[in-house]
Every structure is written in structure tokens, then in C-alpha cells.
Design a protein around this ligand. Structure first.
Ligand code: PAF
Length: 277
């Protein structure tokens, strides 16, 4: 496994990889969710490239860019046994040199949900992912279902910009009590950590209703809100029952559907979702 920083090193190393290349972009502070993406890439591709870069342009001015957990040594130790060929850790100056002024923006589907409460977030994500794709030139790239809207936006971008890259979306990894794994879970104190299972419990309650035949989207949204309201530490930002592809809010469930939510537990913003097939 080689760790590299500069674009020249990356390009030279990439040239030496023949066969298929699987790419896992990350912001570091890796957990089992990231490792599952790397394992899947390893199963499906000849070579695997991982990037670690905390992308400043996807954080809003009031968000946690400077607090975002970082531990490169720990990350490299976790990746080492997985058979990764290259770990690329570019600097901010490499990704956004002085005078930078080019952006990639997906339109309609970045407006609801995360886009509505995190203005500019997806512009930062699609721009950095485009730059990472251009540099790494992978055949396949791996994203987690936990960031459902991000995965949908990247799929749309790859289609619209004719990137010859297959986007593979892998299942959300969960703690034994259902909490979706996230680098931000380290912000939670023990009481908040307990309260954080409310997202999973609320999604599970809505799914149960769906499984007993309920198809009214508002009834499912109400059920999720009721359960969330039972947790005093939870402050709901949004709760959604939307079409899986367009992300438009539904009246009635007729096809693949995304139940999703963003909830503050104390000062920590958590997101989670379930897909109703
Ligand atoms: O999901 C993430 O960790 C980030 O949004 C990504 C895709 C690495 C872009 O910075």
C-alpha cells in the first residue's frame, strides 16, 4: 500500500495500475462503513484506490469543518490489511489552488432534504468528487447508502457528465443497537449516544407500518415524527418520505421510496434513511 500526496505522484502511480480500478473517496476518520466499501471494491476490482480529504467546500460556515475528526495514522492502520494499492491524501492547496473558480452543480435533486438545510453542500461534494474522479480515473466508485441523497446526486452527475464510471451504493453499516455508523458519532456523549438510536427506531416504526400495508406517505412521516418527539434530546430538522430517484415528496407510495431524516442530538447533526423497495 502506497500513501501519496501530490497529483504527479498519483498520476504516475495510476498509470502503473492495469486492469480495473475501484475508488473509495472518504473524508477519513474511517469506520466499518468505509471499510465495507473498500472490501467491496477489492472483491470487484483488480486495484483499489482510497482518498482521504476533508473537503472544506462541502461544509457551511456554521458547520463542523474545523472540529471534524481526523486521525490519519489510525486510518492508515485500518486500511493496511485490506489490500489497498494507493491511498491519496491531497492537500487543500492541491484541490483548491489559489484563484480557484470552477464548480460542478447538479440542479433539481440537490434542492430538497440535505440541500434545503445545507446550502452549497452538494456543490462542494460534486465539485470535489469530479476532481477526484478526474485524477484517479476509476472504473467503479463506491458510496454508502447512509448518504442517500449524495449517492443519488453523484449517480445523476456521472450520467449527465458521461463519466465512464459505475457508481456502486453499499448498505449502511449499523452499530448493534441500530445507530448508523458515522464519523460524527464520536461527538455524542454517553447520554446522547443512547438517545441517538431514536433515528433507527423511528425509521423502523414507519417501515413496520409500510409492511402492514400503509401506503399514505403523510401517515409514515407522522409516525416518524411521533417517535422522534418521544426523545427529549432529539431536535428534528426534516423527516421525508420521497421518491427514491427524484427525491420528490410523495402523497402515496407506489414505487421505490426513501424514508429519510436529519435530527440534532445535542449539537450533533445525524442523518439516516431506509429504502422501501
Ligand atoms: O461522503 C463523504 O465522505 C464525502 O462527501 C465525499 C464523497 C468523500 C466527498 O468529500
Amino acid at each position: 500500500m502506497r500513501s501519496i500526496t501530490t497529483l504527479d505522484e498519483l498520476r504516475a502511480a495510476r498509470l502503473s495500475l492495469d486492469g480495473t480500478v475501484g475508488f473509495v473517496p472518504t473524508m477519513g476518520f474511517l469506520h466499518e462503513g468505509h471499510l465495507s466499501l473498500i472490501r467491496r471494491a477489492k472483491e470487484e476490482c483488480t486495484h483499489v484506490v482510497v482518498s482521504i480529504f476533508v473537503n472544506p467546500t462541502q461544509f457551511g460556515p456554521q458547520e463542523d469543518l474545523f472540529r471534524y475528526p481526523r486521525d490519519i495514522e489510525r486510518d492508515l492502520k485500518l486500511i493496511a490489511p485490506l489490500g489497498v494499492d494507493l491511498v491519496w491524501m491531497p492537500t487543500t492547496e492541491i484541490m483548491y489552488p489559489q484563484g480557484y473558480q470552477t464548480w460542478v452543480e447538479v440542479e433539481a435533486m440537490t434542492r430538497p432534504l440535505e440541500g434545503a438545510v445545507r446550502p452549497g453542500h452538494f456543490r462542494g461534494v460534486t465539485t470535489v468528487v469530479t476532481k477526484l474522479f478526474n485524477a484517479v480515473q476509476p472504473h467503479k466508485s463506491y458510496f454508502g447508502q447512509k448518504d442517500a441523497q449524495q449517492a443519488a446526486v453523484i449517480r445523476q452527475m456521472v450520467k449527465d457528465l458521461n463519466f465512464p464510471i459505475e457508481i456502486v451504493v453499499c448498505p449502511t453499516m449499523r452499530e448493534p443497537d441500530g445507530l448508523a455508523m458515522s464519523s460524527r458519532n464520536v461527538y455524542l456523549d454517553p447520554e446522547q449516544r443512547k438517545a441517538a438510536t431514536i433515528l433507527f427506531r423511528s425509521l423502523s416504526a414507519a417501515k413496520e407500518l409500510y409492511e402492514t400495508g400503509e401506503r399514505n406517505a403523510e401517515t409514515l412521516r407522522k409516525r416518524m415524527k411521533e417517535i422522534l418527539a418521544s426523545e427529549p434530546l432529539a431536535q428534528v430538522q426534516y423527516v421525508s418520505c420521497a421518491d427514491y430517484d427524484s427525491l420528490e415528496e410523495l402523497t402515496e407510495i407506489k414505487s421505490k421510496t426513501l424514508l429519510s431524516m436529519a435530527v440534532f442530538i445535542g449539537g450533533t447533526r445525524l442523518i439516516d434513511n431506509f429504502v422501501l423497495e
